[in-house]
Design a protein around this ligand. Structure first.
Ligand SMILES: Nc1ncnc2c1ncn2[C@@H]1O[C@H](COP(=O)(O)OP(=O)(O)OP(=O)(O)O)[C@@H](O)[C@H]1O
Length: 288
């Protein structure tokens, strides 16, 4: 049964399925089956699951880049029928324009797209300055993407996403290409920029895809665990770790328990997705 919408529901997926038909062979892949989910306004949701379980397909449908084959997706009670500036998307590969500076990249949507409507040139410039500062890139405004590290490029991509003023942030493995230390730093930076210490009403609704279970536990209010073939919601785990999340969070025993709980839900499929016939048996508990 589909859950009832609450007054704070921002996004609602109702029995959403998606099939892809190969034009040449006519072969149909059921990528996502019967996904129902309510996402509250200001909530941070992470989606995890084995490779190919349909995470990106779900995100693309919320973005309006793909259309459900069955079911419906609503934002604020209105069906999503295509892309919109109210939903900003961020990918792993930065997607910056190499011939533009940091500030030109951040301001692109404001100067050339619908997000800039209603702003004067001065207001747009001020908005760019604000988001460049928020992501910690003041002083690098005139640099080009090739002059930046991977972490700085994703800061630019995040500033651009926010400058466009969406109320839903859709992030498809945005930290996936970064080295391990930069990734840890940017996880915390992302929560700061998202406003984890602000009241929920002031936060954006965020949906974040990751393969990294600890990243999901660190970031999310709830983790959606998907299973594959076809992609379904296997479990939704409440992350009852206090905010603000910071370096102490990872040392909290609850952090380890939640990570293990999620890994146990996906380990068999993750091993198979990685080419193994089956996962090895779970390690026996150490005798007391
Ligand atoms: N445009 C497409 N045409 C045909 N099949 C597709 C298309 N997009 C996705 N699929 C298939 O749908 C399934 C789900 O793909 P999707 O990329 O959503 O999974 P994912 O969980 O995001 O994967 P990964 O973790 O590897 O990024 C896969 O079997 C994939 O091959």
């Amino acid at each position: 049964m589909t859950p009832q919408a609450t007054p704070t529901t921002k996004l609602r997926l109702r029995s959403v399925s998606k099939s892809f038909i190969q034009p040449r062979t006519g072969h149909t892949t059921l990528a996502v089956a019967d996904v129902s989910l309510d996402i509250a306004s200001g909530e941070f949701i992470c989606i995890v699951g084995p490779s190919g379980c349909g995470k990106s397909t779900v995100l693309n449908m919320i973005a309006g880049l793909d259309t459900p084959s069955a079911g419906a997706i609503e934002k604020d009670g209105v069906a999503i029928t295509g892309p919109g500036a109210d939903r900003g998307v961020m990918f792993q590969d930065y997607a910056l324009m190499p011939w533009q500076t940091v500030q030109e990249n951040v301001g692109f949507g404001l100067h050339h797209g619908t997000p800039g409507k209603g702003f004067t040139t001065q207001q747009r410039q001020e908005r760019v300055r604000h988001f460049v500062e928020l992501v910690g890139l003041t002083g690098s405004e005139k640099k080009y993407p090739h002059q930046l590290s991977g972490g700085m490029r994703q800061r630019v991509a995040l500033a651009r996403l926010l400058a466009n003023g969406p109320d839903v942030l859709l992030m498809d493995e945005p930290l996936g290409a970064l080295d391990a230390q930069t990734r840890l730093v940017l996880q915390q930076e992302l929560l700061r920029i998202w406003g984890q210490t602000a009241p929920r009403a002031q936060r954006k609704t965020a949906i974040f895809i990751t393969h990294d279970i600890e990243e999901a536990v660190f970031l999310a209010d709830r983790v959606v665990v998907m299973s594959s073939h076809p992609g379904r919601v296997r479990a939704v785990i409440d992350i009852d770790l206090p905010r603000e999340r910071n370096e102490h969070t990872r040392a909290d025993p609850r952090f380890g328990q939640l990570s293990e709980q999620i890994w146990n839900l996906i380990r068999d499929e993750a091993w198979r997705a990685a080419g193994a016939a089956a996962a090895p048996p779970e390690a026996a508990a150490t005798p007391a």
